[in-house]
Design a protein around this ligand. Structure first.
Ligand code: NAD
Length: 522
């Protein structure tokens, strides 16, 4: 029996492998969410005032503290989200340590004022400057599948830029969010500058209605659309990191052994519950049979068990309702002619949330398993005949998060990457782009708006103010009122001077334009 995660006014955190109740946490009421945001508003100016000189040492301290508690945090992630301990370390703790490193090293350069040189001769006597200011209070709503690395990377970027943060984590992983809070407080982040509000969807909706200045949302397309509609009402800027149906293209010159290992890792890491998972695989017909065979053999060797066991390759899914989605997709594909090479069943002996790593062959593009996000341990594989068809199939999706191309010819891979509609295309790798702190992470089409991570992700955490300083404060501008009869000719001369073709026209233009200096202005 699935364990109920809801009790009146409380969230019950449950270990998805064992069903053990990890804790019961009070939900924030709507009023408490609004109050948390108000406290954040009051605290934020002082945090901004501290400057990078004060905030970067706090990030450094956070990094040190996280490094010191890496095993404990990884274990907390595994207990609450189910993924193997090794994955908790590699795809969560390590990603956050490196995100901190990136911000510590680069925030100065990326957040400093930037000169805006003017090209137009009419504005040469001004100095322009771009200033990056914090938005104020950033709301973050996060999912359960990467309960540490997603909110932590977004929070660090928001904080270093001088914002306060109110985080609404997934109701399935509140304990990990509270562990993040404890690390930040221990590092010196003031209590009101980072706050966690625990609860389900309505708590997120309350955060949307509060006085936040921007929202960074990661989750499903359905919730993302609801957030976008609510944000449009009040013109709240949002970043939306949504679902994906990432294709993997295995070209005729790919290394079958390497590519099949990548497909198996890409489809089954975190039990397939990654936004960047390999959700559909297209293989050139000449490699199809050996590739499918290799994937089936490797998937069959995966050890499925509680993630706390050091030998586990694949842990449980987060919740029984996710298992039901996977089951429905697989059963429907089977009934439409897909061949199950390995898996295709629940593993009740291990627990209600376990589903066997599943490799499907002979799938078609009409099947739901190739069109909708499955978000589980399933690798559906389909053959293609030529590059054109591979690109067409990859792009035939409402999603556009990421894609991968497998080939021994790097140039060919890069050329095809240019034709794929996705926020990220990897040539000869999968998923690891999320751990590259310098790289932006974000999707096209239904996969979202805006991005997180890297310089562009940091840029989302600041608003841009253009500062214009005139260097001739005692002089009236030539374009002000008092136009008079000759003004039109003078302006035409000015345009000829700047944009005319050939020296003759430009010099004559300059002479006519010179008259404007003698013009009387109001
Ligand atoms: P979800 O949309 O169900 O929930 C995400 C968060 O939104 C949770 O905290 C939830 O409580 C909150 N929420 C739900 N209803 C809300 C509402 N009406 N208003 C405000 N907040 C609300 O998603 P999930 O099941 O937690 O996560 C899985 C999904 O997230 C998958 O689709 C996956 O692809 C996607 N995802 C995307 C990325 C990315 O970077 N693009 C990363 C991880 C996960």
């Amino acid at each position: 029996m699935p364990i109920d995660t809801q009790v009146a006014g409380k969230i019950r955190s449950v270990n998805p492998a064992s069903g053990e109740v990890l804790g019961e946490i009070e939900c924030a009421s709507d009023n408490e969410v609004l109050a948390a945001v108000q406290r954040a508003r009051v605290a934020q100016p002082q945090w901004a005032e501290v400057g990078l000189r004060g905030r970067i040492p706090v990030l450094r301290e956070f990094q040190t503290k996280l490094h010191g508690r890496k095993s404990e945090i990884a274990a907390a992630i595994t207990r609450e989200a189910g993924k193997p301990l090794a994955e908790a370390l590699v795809t969560e703790v390590s990603v956050v340590l490196d995100a901190a490193r990136f911000l510590i090293d680069h925030a100065w350069g990326l957040l400093r004022d930037q000169p805006v040189p003017h090209g137009n001769l009419a504005t040469k006597l001004k100095r322009g400057r771009l200033i990056r200011e914090p938005h104020g209070v950033i709301g973050i709503i996060s999912p359960w599948n990467y309960p540490f690395s997603i909110p932590a990377t977004e929070t660090l970027a928001a904080l270093v830029a001088g914002n306060a943060v109110v985080l609404k984590p997934s109701e399935l992983t509140p304990v990990v969010a509270l562990a993040l809070a404890s690390l930040l407080y221990a590092a010196g982040v003031p209590k009101d500058v980072f706050q966690v509000v625990i609860g389900e969807g309505p708590t997120g909706a309350a955060l949307m209605r509060s006085a936040i200045d921007k929202l960074v949302f990661t989750g499903s397309v359905g919730t993302g659309k609801r957030i976008a509609a609510a944000a449009a009402e009040r013109l709240l800027p949002v970043v939306l990191e949504l679902g994906g149906k990432d294709p993997m293209l295995v070209l005729d010159d790919a290394d079958v052994d390497v590519a099949s290992s990548a497909a198996v890792w890409g489809a089954f890491v975190n039990a397939g519950q990654a936004c960047l998972s390999v959700e559909r695989c297209y293989v050139h017909r000449s490699l199809y049979e050996p590739f499918v065979k290799a994937c089936a053999e490797k998937a069959a060797r995966l050890r499925v068990n509680d993630g706390m066991d050091a030998n586990t390759d694949v842990g449980p899914m987060i919740h029984e309702r996710q298992v039901r989605i996977v089951e429905a997709h697989v059963e429907e594909a089977k009934s439409q002619g897909a061949r199950v090479l390995v898996g295709g069943t629940r593993l009740p002996a291990l627990g209600v949330n376990f589903y066997a790593p599943t490799v499907l062959a002979d799938v078609t593009h009409e099947m739901r398993i190739m069109r909708e996000e499955t978000f589980g341990p399933v690798l559906p594989i389909m053959a293609f005949d030529d590059e054109q068809e591979a690109v067409r199939l990859a792009n035939d999706s409402v999603y556009g998060l990421a894609a991968s191309i497998w080939t021994r010819d790097r140039k060919r891979g890069e050329r095809i990457a240019g034709r794929i509609h996705a926020g990220t295309v990897m040539v000869n790798d999968v998923i690891s782009c999320f751990g590259i702190s310098e790289a932006p992470h974000g999707g096209l089409k239904a996969s979202g708006i805006g991005c997180t991570h890297g310089p562009f992700g940091l840029d989302e955490m600041v608003r841009k103010k253009y500062l214009d300083v005139d260097l001739t404060p005692g002089i009236k501008k030539v374009w002000w009122h008092g136009y008079g009869g000759s003004f039109r000719q003078q302006m035409e001369g000015f345009l000829d001077w700047q944009f005319g073709r050939g020296w003759g026209e430009r010099v004559r233009g300059a002479l006519r334009a010179a008259g404007v200096l003698r013009r009387k202005r109001l």
